[in-house]
Design a protein. Sequence first.
Length: 151
Amino acid sequence: MKDEEFEKLVDNLLIYYPLFYRKIKTSMSPEKSLKYGKTDGYYQILGMLMISGPLPISQIGRKLYISKPNMTPLIDKLVNDKMVNRLRSKKDRRIINIEITEHGKEFMFEARKMVEENIKNNLSNLTNMDLEILNESLRNIKKLSLKINPQ
């Protein structure tokens, strides 16, 4: 790829990804915002724990690119909200694993419904053909993203 084309690619990634994210993510009513208006890290940690099961704090931080100093307040908030529990590892008592609670799972299922509703509303002015193009584009982005930094 030529340098000029690569610069355009970088511009597109830096400009359009955040713009796309903001357009899809909609504002919520004040009462829903109080319940669901958490930080992205809050949702990312819960989502990772739903998929992976209990994990050490350091591993969660590494996978989500969240620094150690930022992980502690996020985990504290999740514990205070009864979304996760801290558990000492049975193999090494120095390691503290984080496990999602049933309350945390229910919260994520409800939040997922809310997000789906918001996305559906935001995409409602697109035609079926537009939605097919968007879906295919997202599949391609996912496929290429997995090649960028395989883990």
